[in-house]
Ligand binder design. Structure first.
Ligand code: ZN
Length: 274
């Protein structure tokens, strides 16, 4: 997208916290992104400064209900950040911890004005195609919000990788053709082919590329341009240098049209932002 830098990027995958994450997460992030002070909250000011430095116009920010793995970032905290119109707040519910996830989701969307749901099956310990969680998807369809699923392997303590296989989302995509399914990390590590196949087969399944080195994307996902309407940029900040990452994506060997869709337009459509 050389010469097209005036158009802001939409980052579909960002993190913040009020209270620090679990120690092993902080230790990891210190190595990846040492500029951040992890002893104080990562809040609106820090986030917006970072977005400005990288040309990111809008950022999807996740609450986290994953105490065993990363910690807890409350829906209320993230919803408050969403008062800034450059921050798009997504809620988190944990089906292994709460009986009333459907009600929590409804509350977050209708009362807290959050815009989507993030689920991390391998951090929350459930199979995403378990029919026990289907009422959650029914509600997401009714509310017309996208659902981001963490897919792929993670190195953090207490992750249970078996729940992170994107193939489990095939059932969900078949049973909920109107549910917008975003595969965060696109099956990182073991399952790139599976993620690519699902995005190819299912109209409602999207590939999101956070946590992947941009240089390797053409190799991990052959003929990706054919899926130009299914590609979503995400950073996983602060787990990266945001500016370098955005530049890496802008330099991918695809047409400007494909890169504009990947870095902005497809996300705006999913978020129903004009
Ligand atoms: Zn993440």
């Amino acid at each position: 997208m050389h010469g097209d830098d005036t158009v802001g990027v939409v980052d579909f995958h960002m993190h913040v916290y009020e209270k620090p994450w679990n120690s092993w997460v902080v230790e990891y992030l210190k190595k990846i992104n040492p500029q951040i002070d992890y002893t104080r909250p990562i809040d609106e000011g820090i986030l917006i400064r970072e977005m400005d430095s990288a040309g990111v116009e809008l950022g999807v920010v996740f609450a986290e209900s994953t105490p065993e793995v990363t910690g807890t970032v409350s829906n209320e905290f993230v919803a408050r950040l969403g008062k800034n119109d450059r921050i798009i707040p997504f809620c988190s519910v944990n089906p292994s911890k709460s009986e009333n996830v459907v009600e929590i989701l409804e509350y977050c969307i209708n009362e807290l004005s959050m815009k989507g749901l993030k689920l991390l099956p391998s951090y929350m310990y459930f199979y995403p195609n378990d029919t026990k969680v289907y009422p959650l998807y029914e509600k997401a369809v009714e509310l017309d919000i996208p659902v981001v699923f963490h897919t792929g392997t993670s190195i953090f303590r207490n992750v249970r990788q078996k729940y992170a296989d994107p193939l489990l989302l095939d059932d969900v995509a078949v049973d909920f053709p109107d549910l917008k399914i975003v595969m965060a990390h696109s099956g990182r590590g073991l399952w790139y082919n599976t993620a690519l196949m699902l995005a190819r087969i299912h109209d409602n399944v999207y590939l999101e590329f956070s946590g992947l080195p941009p240089k390797r994307i053409p190799e991990y996902f052959p003929n990706l341009e054919e899926l130009e309407d299914k590609l979503i940029f995400g950073s996983d900040w602060p787990g990266c240098n945001l500016r370098e990452l955005v530049n890496g994506f802008k330099n991918l060997p695809y047409s400007n049209k494909v890169k504009r869709k990947m870095l902005r337009e497809n996300a705006l459509k999913l978020l129903k932002v004009e």
